[in-house]
Design a protein around this ligand. Sequence first.
Ligand code: HEM
Length: 399
Amino acid sequence: MDLRQSGMGKAPAYSLDGGRSLHRWLRDMRQHHPVQREPLTRVWTLYRYRDIIQATADPATFSSELWRYLPGDRGDDALTAGNLTAMDPPRHRLVRDLVSRSFTARAVGALRPRIAAIAAELIGAVADRGEMDVVADLSDPLPVLVIGELLGLPMADRELLSDWARRLLSFDKGDLTDEVVRKRVADTQQELLDYLRAHCRRRRTKPQDDLISRLIQAEVDGQRLTEDEVVNFANLLLLAGHVTTTLLLANIVLTLDEHPAAAAEARADRGLIPGLIEETLRYRPVIVSNMRVTTRAVTVGTEQLPAGQFVSLSFISGNRDEQYFTDPDRFDIHRDARKHLGFGHGIHYCLGAPLARLELGIALEAMFDRFSRIEVTGAPVDYYDTPGVAGPRSLRIAF
Ligand code: HEM
């Protein structure tokens, strides 16, 4: 039997053709194999929107504490404390309550002038060239600098921060099963953690008006974060808030290049930019999928999943589910796309969503203001090969 025809077989890589083959394959999976176990990895994948919502809305059955089920890694050491993404309730609720106040739209709104200044500086540095790499020149440095600002890290350390982020994010160029590559990543991670710990200790003795100082002082139900939790949370922000924002801005520029009428509309009416950002999170999400593990037997669709099963939630597939989005393969900046899965769903819904929306909106406005035309030139686009993320590694434009 031809596995491709039956809808099974291996998913085509996003990098093959910018997701076109992958989306055809995913449509087939939603129709014929919506809850499917991959024979080699034994990981189940949920392809339909409604099944993904079932899993994300039920963290007691679909746990994020994957480390409990992996051999050797107990996950409760100094490295994983404070890592919200790998935590279940009740600890998740407590830590999320402690940090979420600093991430409301209102709280991050105070960063608007600084973000605008950083974006203007980055764009100003290339404006005379008439061409740029959106990733290297703008969308990669911007989020690192913004998170540095949020955490109160010295601006003088920006090159250091960018370098650590670059070294940690060169993930798809090395094989993580290779001992040398693993050691290099672990050493880089340790350098960054040591740096954040030193910063955290300085703020403990001399608090300032920044997120680290607020986290050290924050208290909910008489509980505070430990030093390990503050340090690891800062580290998580630098990772979770960086490549995601970098790739989404690049995905927006790429998608607008393919849809010139939408680009012209948003340029003429800046009030359309928030809808454009949400629609890109649906149409071309950055986080393609995320994992959970079942803590007990559960039925999803027509399938019975036993306890202890790894389950991948295909956000990219749910976002094109024809049961939930009319004409899902059409990019439409006027649709109400807010129920997309680009920021996840449920208790782990992206904490940084208000900050990401603010950064992306400011960056886009700055590009529209400064460049009278934007045209992608570097075909074919060089996409990441990593299965978990979708977006260009570099994106050359002329303006
Ligand atoms: C969680 C996407 C920007 C911090 C998530 C999740 C997704 C996501 C899909 C859910 C993961 C899950 O369900 O397991 C994105 C995208 C971004 C973005 C597409 C940019 C366009 C940011 C920024 C920050 C951030 C700027 C902070 C500076 C976090 C944190 C979590 C998270 C801390 C974990 C929340 C929890 O587990 O309770 N993000 N993110 N993200 N994101 Fe984002």
